[in-house]
Design a protein around this ligand. Structure first.
Ligand code: GLV
Ligand code: MG
Length: 336
């Protein structure tokens, strides 16, 4: 079982000899990864403001950046890394896909020029451990060349059927692995799903009650299976799962519902594509005050974490103690 394999301060140290993925939480808030296009000069000017409100800031070089803007985006991110006041907010990038003509230059330029302020490289369309191994070795060379004293971490996007099939080996492919995000838009295409959306649900995806049964039918979560697989793979590897993007910026209720389903299933955060989604992610990925209050009562009722106790008529034992710890640890992290 990997323990504190990840070398950067992004991670809470776990006690040696006490493997417990339940306790593996980011040491800084990680409720949303806020995307911006570094080729856009106006947005570059807003980076300090974005860094003040977002938990993580990501300069996107891949999809949504047109082919003729790729170099401007890379150069814009170098400028941000060199000059912007991020106030301690982690800076990530999403590089282009490994088979694209830009990925190699993305890595060489960014690690050489701003490797000292670049925390995590997000790699799209990861299909298996070999993709992570390639990035891992390249990063090691570039870090040595740049004389960096801390490693750049790696985050994989799960957005092909092949990637989903190999999610466990991806999660365990390198000590640099920070986490995995679901990429529902590319994954939908890879699976030949019949949607035209970036994440979220679909009104047609529902299971009806029997004829004559008047109970309402509800839309089902298209991403339940993949989020479940991803969360298990990440928890087993001691890294962090994130729901990815929600493309309908105006549908705040839909975004909140999708983020909340992911939060409850174990994701630590989601992507934000617009400032309004930063607020949604903060709300959703911060534990509910009443639930934290109850969780604290569970911890107080079972000080050594063992045995059976009744609280408001509900049975508490070693397992509910561990669940309560998850909520209280997260609340304490966010209160810092
Ligand atoms: C994200 O990259 C997605 O494809 O959903
Ligand atoms: Mg994608």
């Amino acid at each position: 079982m990997p323990l504190m394999r990840n070398a950067r301060s992004f991670f809470a140290p776990l006690a040696i000899g006490a493997p417990d993925p339940v306790r593996a939480i980011p040491v800084t808030p990680s409720r949303m990864i806020h995307f911006f296009d570094p080729s856009n000069e106006k947005l570059r000017g807003k980076v300090p403001d974005m860094a003040r409100s977002a938990d993580i800031l990501l300069g996107n070089l891949e999809d949504a950046v047109a082919a003729d803007k790729k170099e401007a985006a890379r150069a814009g991110l170098v400028e941000v890394g060199r000059t912007a006041d991020l106030g301690g907010t982690p800076l990530w990038t999403r590089i282009n896909a490994l088979e694209s003509p830009w990925a190699l230059d993305d890595l060489v330029t960014l690690v050489t020029e701003i490797g000292d302020v670049l925390d995590v490289v997000m790699v799209p369309k990861v299909e298996g451990a070999e993709d992570i191994h390639y990035v891992d070795r390249l990063l090691a060379q570039l870090e040595a060349r740049a004389g960096l004293s801390r490693p750049v971490l790696v985050h994989a996007i799960l957005e092909t059927a092949q990637g989903v099939a190999n999610v466990e080996e991806i999660a365990n492919a390198s000590p640099r692995m920070q986490g995995i995000s679901l990429g529902p838009a590319d994954l939908a295409a890879s699976r030949r799903m019949k949607t035209t959306r970036v994440g979220g649900g679909h009104p047609g995806y529902r299971v009806l009650a029997d004829p004559g049964d008047e109970r309402p039918s509800y839309q089902q979560d298209l991403w339940h299976y993949t989020v479940g697989r991803m969360v298990d793979a990440c928890a087993a590897a001691g890294i962090f799962p994130y729901y990815g993007p929600f493309g309908d910026i105006k549908d705040e209720a839909g975004c909140e519902a999708q983020f909340r389903a992911a939060y409850l299933m174990g994701c630590v955060g989601a992507w934000s594509l617009h400032p309004v989604q930063i607020g949604i992610a903060k709300r959703v990925f911060s534990p509910d005050v009443e639930e934290v209050r109850f969780a604290r009562r569970v911890l107080e009722a079972i000080p050594d974490g063992s045995g059976v106790h009744m609280l408001d008529g509900k049975m508490q034992d070693d397992a509910t103690y561990k669940q309560a710890r998850v909520l209280v640890d997260l609340a304490e992290l966010l209160a810092k």
